[in-house]
Design a protein around this ligand. Structure first.
Ligand code: 8YV
Length: 318
């Protein structure tokens, strides 16, 4: 008989298929009567759950699943999960760090290059037959410019490594100076923005970073500066960003994440100086497969009584 597995919602399709082959899955999102679903899960004593970092798991929900011992989450970010509450209740939460860092860094550079060099805009310019009427406007440059990284975790470091190829200087802000890097540490984000041409936001989401990139930071980045956000929509003051982009107070923005996604404020669609992505930084076949494998490995380790591979903890930055 297959072991039971609670699920908050569907995951990456190939991972979902493997989970369904290995476990009897019980889907919270598909349950018409949620209280009855939870009561049944509690009575059956289900101990493991698979989820995603953006599916909401509140303390109130956890209170109704007293037998739960493991939440295995797909993705490195886990801002949808009340991890302090899980920890208080003796529930281990795992995520899928490391395996996604390189593809996320690639996607970040795609955003940096396409935003500064206006690649998407220029593609449209050619397609719309506007070239014969005259050349496209000149753009800013990437090579040799100053890169600021807000949050130099594993993803931030993978982004920084690629900067060498573009001859860029790198500085970063974050909770602490990192012993293993030679980049300049600028603890104040506004100061970092002031010193950067391209500012990349690579922090985890959640209450600690909510609104971190506010009007002051955007103003410090300035009319020749570019903001790239691959963290969470919650880290940026979107109204302030839209105003700065529209008025020329900021040169451009490359955004993978948004407040209220998948619904994006349509004001962004009118702006020529933005490149927009549907939260796709980790969305390669290779990386999503590796994330799914790590989730499966965490579930298997728990089931076999071994230590889980990647528990979420305060010392594991994104
Ligand atoms: C998620 C992400 O994997 O890992 C994260 O924190 O934001 C993405 O890589 C994706 O949203 C999960 O479906």
């Amino acid at each position: 008989m297959k072991p039971d597995l609670l699920m908050m919602g569907p995951l990456h399709a190939p991972t979902q298929a493997r989970l369904e082959a290995l476990y009897t899955t019980h889907r919270y999102d598909l349950a018409a009567d949620k209280p009855a679903f939870l009561a049944q899960a509690a009575a059956a004593g289900h101990t493991a759950m698979a989820t995603r970092g953006d599916y909401r798991i509140t303390d109130e929900l956890l209170a109704q699943l007293p037998a739960l011992r493991l939440i295995a989450s797909f993705g490195v970010g886990h801002d949808g999960i009340d991890t302090p509450a899980a920890s208080r209740r003796g529930i281990v939460v795992t995520n899928t760090p490391d395996v996604l860092s390189e593809c996320v860094a690639d996607a970040t550079w795609a955003l940096i290059l396409s935003t500064v060099r206006r690649t998407v805009w220029q593609d449209r310019f050619v397609r719309e037959g506007r070239w014969p009427q005259g050349p496209a406007p000149l753009t800013g440059k990437v090579w040799g410019e100053r890169l600021g990284i807000v949050g130099l975790g594993r993803i931030g470091k993978a982004i920084a490594r690629r900067a060498e190829g573009f001859g860029m200087s790198v500085a970063y802000s974050g909770r602490r100076r990192q012993a293993d890097v030679a980049f300049d540490y600028v603890p104040d984000v506004t100061e970092l923005a002031h010193a950067s041409t391209v500012l990349v936001v690579a922090t985890p989401g959640g209450p600690e970073t909510r609104g971190l990139i506010g009007a002051g930071v955007i103003q410090a980045l300035g009319p020749e500066g570019y903001l790239i956000n691959i963290s969470r929509g919650s880290t940026v003051d979107e109204a302030g960003l839209l105003a700065a982009l529209g008025s020329g107070q900021l040169a451009g923005a490359g955004l993978d994440v948004f407040q209220g996604e998948p619904h994006v404020n349509p004001a962004f669609f009118e702006l020529p100086n933005v490149v927009l992505q549907p939260h796709a930084a980790s969305a390669t076949h290779h990386t999503r497969q590796a994330m799914g494998q790590l989730l499966l490995d965490n579930l298997a380790a728990y089931a076999e009584g071994r230590p889980v591979l990647t528990p979420v903890g305060a010392d594991r930055p994104a």
